[in-house]
Design a protein around this ligand. Structure first.
Ligand code: NCD
Ligand code: ZN
Length: 375
């Protein structure tokens, strides 16, 4: 029988992959993260223009880490809230940029996007470019972490999502082994994994490689997206098959998990359906630890048991900050197994539909999730 009165007190956690965009919407988005027990975030650089230079004084026509951090802070991310903004890697990124960024203390991580591979990835550049132009070498030497969106770009549609391969599986089979071979000391976060192939890659890789996993990829499969075309679940990498989800669930709930951690990929889209398709990204701000707890239970983890809570704590609160070299907060937050109703949101005058809304075929009417977060 399910014990309904479960309450978990956990150290505040870090969301090591989330999108906060720009302008008025930043403040309410950050507030949602604070409300779900977050001690800090990795704020992704796929803004417009992308955060592809470190200093504002640099002439390139990009946003800078310096300015983006300065915009996030007054919007709610004060000194006590850790914010890391990875540098968006483009064809203009140079080894010198990396070295100077590190000396200034502003540069701690950099992000590889497959060119045109996802929302805001049009300025990405091919992986071998950075392998040959000194950028990865400089990152390896200076200890700058590489965040990877691991999908092959420009694949033929037949291979992009096939029974035997897909953009992510190809990337982990073909690209990642070469990257590790050339840069054995480079610290790599394999972000938002969705396939068994990627999970196995991370398991057998040395300790320089760790991975983040989103709530949606633990809860759903591609069938949930296709049955009734629930486009609210459309995100990249695409959710995959049951055996892939099983591998992800197995990885996060393992009692000895030290490599897999939380990174929600929460991405607020104010317009999911557009004239040229569907915007990729799911919004889970405010409810991510709740969804992760739900996913752990769906995976068979007993969060009323010590063993279950231990593995949940490793995944949500410990593994990520350890890999990023961040302190484990002394402050805690509470999660309780009690239903919470989720409704569409109005943020800075715009509608955002949090993920589970729209997944039950009842339009955008409220849905319940089994956990809630106590402030
Ligand atoms: C992200 C977004 O909307 O910014 N979308 C997504 O589907 N995950 C971009 C990304 O991280 O791929
Ligand atoms: Zn993302």
């Amino acid at each position: 029988m399910v014990d309904c009165s479960v309450k978990l007190e956990l150290p505040k956690w870090y969301d090591l992959h989330a999108h906060f965009r720009q302008g008025e919407i930043v403040a309410p988005l950050l507030k949602h993260h604070l409300r779900m027990g977050c001690a800090g975030v990795v704020a992704m650089p796929n803004t417009r223009p992308p955060v592809a230079k470190v200093f504002d004084s640099d002439d390139h026509p990009y946003e800078s880490i310096e300015r983006y951090l300065a915009a996030l802070r007054p919007a709610g991310a004060d000194e006590a809230f850790e914010v890391i903004v990875p540098l968006y890697l483009t064809r203009d990124t140079s080894a010198r940029m990396i070295e100077q960024g590190v000396s200034s203390g502003l540069l701690r991580a950099a992000k590889y996007y497959p060119p045109h591979g996802t929302t805001g990835a049009d300025q990405g550049w091919h992986l071998s470019g950075f392998m040959d132009n000194g950028v990865f070498r400089a990152m390896e030497e200076a200890g700058v972490l590489l965040c990877i969106h691991g999908e092959e770009h420009q694949m033929a549609a037949e291979q992009y999502f096939d029974r035997h391969t897909n953009a992510e599986a190809f990337f982990y089979r073909e690209r990642m082994p070469r990257l590790l071979e050339r840069f054995p000391r480079l610290k790599i976060v394999a972000e938002h994994l969705t396939t068994q192939v990627a999970v196995e890659f991370v398991h057998q890789a040395p300790d320089t490689v760790a991975a983040s996993i989103t709530p949606q990829h633990l809860i759903y499969t591609v069938g949930h997206l296709l049955q009734g075309l629930r486009y609210h679940l459309y995100c990249l990498p695409l959710p995959k098959f049951d055996e892939d989800r099983a591998a992800l669930r197995q990885a996060v709930t393992a009692t000895d998990n030290s490599k897999f951690f939380a990174g929600t990929d929460s991405a607020p889209h104010t317009e999911k359906v557009t004239s040229c398709g569907c915007a990729a990204g799911c919004y889970t701000g405010g409810i991510a630890p709740q969804l992760y707890a739900q996913a752990f239970e769906m995976a068979g983890s007993d969060l009323a048991s010590e063993e279950g809570v231990d593995s949940f704590r490793r995944f949500l609160c410990l593994n990520g900050p350890r890999f990023y070299g961040l302190p484990i907060p002394k402050e805690t937050f509470l999660l309780e197994r009690a239903e919470q109703e989720i409704t569409p949101l109005r943020l800075a005058g715009q509608e955002i539909v949090p993920l589970p809304v729209g997944m039950e075929g009842k339009g955008e009417s409220p849905v319940s999730i089994p956990w809630r977060c106590l402030e």
